[in-house]
Design a protein around this ligand. Structure first.
Ligand SMILES: CC(C)(COP(=O)(O)OP(=O)(O)OC[C@H]1O[C@@H](n2cnc3c(N)ncnc32)[C@H](O)[C@@H]1OP(=O)(O)O)[C@@H](O)C(=O)NCCC(=O)NCCS
Length: 326
């Protein structure tokens, strides 16, 4: 059976690092509070002149290099992001231009932190049906430009960066075994950016009311995230007639160490099979899983034949899971 397979991974983050100690000088917070409530120690922040497309492009180039695939072989570029360079054209079109993937169709998808797994799900179907044979799926964000740096409730949580995979086809049985995606729009206002879309367009009022910055009801999001990610994990395993014991590496969305610990406990999966890097990056939304995947891949944490479970949750609300035989 024809399956989509990940041929290469890449990631890129800004050089500039913002530590918890730096945040202590910006808002009324402490390193102790941030570390104990979130597990985050530092995050990478884009400098002026760096955009979502900057990191998406670099991640894509590294993934292509690792895959041994050239840009002109790529037929589709999907960028998952809620912080595109522009409302339009898509960040994917900017990446296409930067890497000179002249044959590729390119577009963005918006599914917040689940965007990368939504992208994998879409491309999986296109590969299985034979519409395309090689694609780039990228998760990329510059959240630091929609974070209110005077709001201690949110500013310590997020970071910038991008991760990418090159997808091709395999007949070996290895590759993406399944993808599942879900949404519940009734919770749309638990985590959102009120401006400056067309409901609250750019205006003096929008600026004064700080509508361009994301807002979140952290407690509610926390509870829903744990439940949804647990369900998504079981759904992926059930669909493939597999058990948690079969999983070699669980890569959850990197939002909060306590969310990851709670899911690990509910699933009964011990820490040595859970990949965590959020202490270094914070929550990079759509970029979090592909950055983690690339780090796990390049560090040798993933070996051929390993079974990986990717599990995400984000604004929308959206959640998703992907099972991969590496
Ligand atoms: C945001 C989050 C870390 C807050 O942790 P929490 O334990 O739920 O804390 P609470 O919201 O109950 O706030 C407790 C107190 O800490 C305060 N607080 C919030 N941020 C703070 C900070 N950075 N430093 C110090 N105190 C802070 C709050 O003001 C509140 O004070 P109060 O009791 O005087 O009102 C947690 O809810 C969370 O991680 N939620 C999920 C967020 C997320 O992952 N979103 C993305 C999903 S993709």
């Amino acid at each position: 059976m024809l399956r989509p397979v990940i041929l290469g991974t890449g990631c890129a983050v800004p050089a500039k690092i913002l530590t918890n100690a730096d945040l202590e000088r910006m808002v009324d917070t402490t390193d102790e509070w941030i570390t104990s409530r979130t597990g985050i120690a530092e995050r990478h922040i884009a400098s002026s002149g760096e955009y979502t497309s900057t990191f998406a492009t670099k991640a894509a180039e590294l993934a292509l290099e690792k895959a041994g695939v050239t840009a002109d072989e790529i037929e589709l570029i999907v960028v998952a992001t809620v912080t595109p360079d522009f409302p339009f054209p898509s960040t994917a079109c900017l990446v296409q231009n930067n890497i000179k993937a002249s044959r590729a169709a390119a577009f963005d998808i918006s599914a917040a932190c689940s965007g990368f797994l939504y992208g994998l799900s879409l491309v999986e179907k296109m590969i299985i049906t034979g519409s395309i044979s090689k694609a780039l799926v990228i998760g990329a964000e510059v959240l630091s430009r929609v974070v209110d740096w005077s709001d201690r409730n949110t500013c310590c949580l997020f970071g910038d960066g991008a991760g990418a995979v090159v997808l091709g086809t395999s007949q070996s049985g290895n590759g993406i075994l399944s993808t599942h995606i879900h949404s519940d729009g009734s919770y749309w206002d638990l985590l959102f950016q009120p401006g400056i879309g067309n409901r609250n367009p750019a205006s003096k009022k929008a600026l004064e009311e700080r509508l361009m910055f994301l807002q979140m009801q952290g407690n509610e999001v926390f509870k829903l995230a744990v439940r949804a990610m647990e369900d998504a994990a079981h759904e992926a395993l059930d669909a493939n007639d597999l058990k948690l014991d079969d999983i070699d590496l669980f890569i959850p969305h990197q939002a909060n160490r306590r969310i990851i610990d709670a899911i690990g406990k509910r699933l009964g999966i011990n820490n040595d099979r859970i990949f965590v890097n959020l202490h270094k990056y914070g929550n990079t939304s759509a970029a979090s899983i592909p950055i983690a995947l690339d780090e796990a891949n390049r560090s040798g944490r993933i070996q051929p034949g390993n079974l990986l479970l990717l599990d995400s949750f984000g604004g929308g609300l959206t959640w998703a899971s992907t099972l991969i035989r590496w």
